[in-house]
Design a binder for this molecule. Structure first.
Ligand SMILES: Cc1cc2nc3c(=O)[nH]c(=O)nc-3n(C[C@H](O)[C@H](O)[C@H](O)COP(=O)(O)OP(=O)(O)OC[C@H]3O[C@@H](n4cnc5c(N)ncnc54)[C@H](O)[C@@H]3O)c2cc1C
Length: 444
């Protein structure tokens, strides 16, 4: 039998630790899995003892606090193989390792802003990539998923075998089992023109409007987000940014650098610049574009997808999440469209392909209490409601409160189909320590 850690064991707390520190979880048993066989044993143990099961890789996307049950950790499962443009990665692999391995083949994965994020959790949530407007969602490139379901069976889901499970996992995440390995196509990218432009507090409104207008007509080769980031007034923050509510425009452009320069010229001219890191870079340095903090912390985040960003909405974002906001809040606006709106041959579930932008809000729990943050985020998203088209589960972090996230994220038809798949593979709802999809009670 594989190792099992219980509360009080010397390694229990270390094994539980991850990037998110503000969501308490106290499983009865932690199973540090080193292989698919360990995952099978853990799931069979949970079935024999009628216990719920959860999975944890890096801890970036922890959503739901819980006590009891079995937690399987996957960070020891780090195998990567690349063949014929397809990567096969084990459940504990982070994007940074795939980026390095793919570069040796002149290829890149559809990774996101932060290389420390886990490949499986990211991809099962859709996967909004730095190359997303050109190549679509990471989940669209998946060709096979190996998963241990609640009966302790290791299954292989592809468009042709276990096709309902293949659909449900890509968006339904850990409701259906523990993924042990993923296979997905890589794309022919080795470099890009990218980095960020940074502006100070007094330019926030002008930059928000300039980015929104600029984003109206861009080639698919351009993927861009705008961050509004309150920088602490501390010596660790470099001088021009210290104490500023920085507007950070992130750029990842797949055309040549000269054309990139031409495209971003209106942004550079929008307001006085505090920083400008735009340059031609190898894809292996793509983590520098957003330059997100690498250290674990406690945070709460929510989001909405929207059909547009009109002036009233920009005013609401500034009012509820700008410098005068009651709780310091990082806002990220992502431009969608392009290939992110295309329907692939075998789509997953839970990604809003009609939306034009996402609006994400994130606050650090030390800066304010969870309840205070929840109230502040609530006001922001209430104000955006008239133009909201949905929400993405992958950008919900920390206590989301209501417990009905599934109903907010999936359409009624998709939720019904997910519930039917759930009834087929997990009728006892053992995988429920998450944003849960309950099994359909009337399924055949
Ligand atoms: C700093 C930061 C940057 C981010 N940038 C992006 C980005 O650019 N684009 C984007 O799309 N997302 C991004 N995300 C969101 C991220 O993709 C999700 O939080 C994702 O769930 C993280 O997966 P993980 O495995 O790293 O985290 P974990 O917290 O370990 O896992 C999160 C969830 O993933 C699922 N999961 C993980 N492993 C398995 C498994 N083996 N089997 C079944 N389910 C599993 C489960 O639902 C689990 O609760 C970012 C998050 C952070 C904190």
């Amino acid at each position: 039998m594989t190792t099992m850690l219980r509360s009080g064991d010397p390694d229990y707390d270390n094994e539980l630790a991850g990037f998110q520190t503000a969501v308490p979880r106290r499983p009865d048993v932690i199973v540090p899995a080193a292989s698919a066989v360990d995952v099978v044993e853990a799931v069979r143990h949970a079935a024999e003892h009628d216990l719920p099961i959860a999975v944890h890789s890096t801890g970036h996307g922890v959503g739901v606090p819980f006590e009891g049950g079995v937690l399987v950790t996957t960070h020891r499962m780090t195998g990567i193989r690349i063949e014929d443009g397809v990567a096969r990665v084990d459940a504990g692999v982070r994007w940074g390792a795939v980026i390095e391995a793919a570069a040796k083949h002149g290829l890149a994965p559809l990774s996101g802003s932060f290389p420390g994020v886990g490949v499986v959790g990211y991809t099962l949530g859709g996967g909004f990539s730095l190359l997303g407007r050109k190549y679509g969602l990471a989940a669209d490139q998946v060709t096979a998923i190996e998963v241990v379901t609640a009966d302790g069976e290791l299954r292989r889901a592809t468009p042709d075998t276990e096709s309902d499970l293949f659909w449900a996992l890509r968006g339904g995440r850990d409701n259906f089992g523990i993924v042990t390995a993923l296979e997905f196509r890589l794309v022919p990218v080795t470099r890009l023109y990218g980095g960020s432009l940074q502006f100070g507090t007094e330019s926030l409104s002008a930059v928000l409007h300039a980015w929104r207008d600029w984003a109206a007509d861009l080639p698919r080769e351009m993927t861009s987000s705008l961050g509004m980031v309150p920088m602490p007034d501390l010596p660790m923050v470099p001088e021009p940014l210290r104490g500023q509510h920085v507007a950070q425009i992130r750029i990842a452009y797949l055309g040549d650098a000269a054309e990139g320069e031409r495209l971003v010229a209106p942004l550079r001219a929008a307001a006085p610049l505090l920083g400008d890191t735009l340059a031609e870079i190898p894809f292996t340095e793509s983590g520098k574009i957003a330059n997100e903090p690498p250290f674990p912390h406690g945070y709460r985040a929510d989001n909405a997808t929207v059909s547009e960003l009109d002036d009233t909405m920009l005013d609401a974002i500034l009012e509820h999440a700008g410098p005068g906001a009651p709780v310091p809040t990082v806002v990220l606006l992502d431009l969608l469209g392009g290939a992110l709106s295309d329907l692939p041959e075998h789509p997953g579930v839970g990604w809003d392909r009609e939306a034009r932008f996402t609006v994400r809000a994130l606050s650090v729990v030390d800066d304010a209490g969870m309840a205070e943050i929840k109230a502040a985020h609530g006001k922001l998203f209430d104000a955006l409601k008239p133009k909201s088209t949905g929400k993405l589960l992958t950008f919900v972090y920390g206590d989301s409160g209501a417990g009905d996230e599934a109903a907010k994220v999936y359409s009624p038809a998709d939720l019904r189909r997910l519930a039917e798949v759930k009834a087929a593979v997990d009728p006892a709802n053992r995988f429920r320590l998450t944003h849960n999809v309950e099994p359909a009670r009337d399924a055949g």
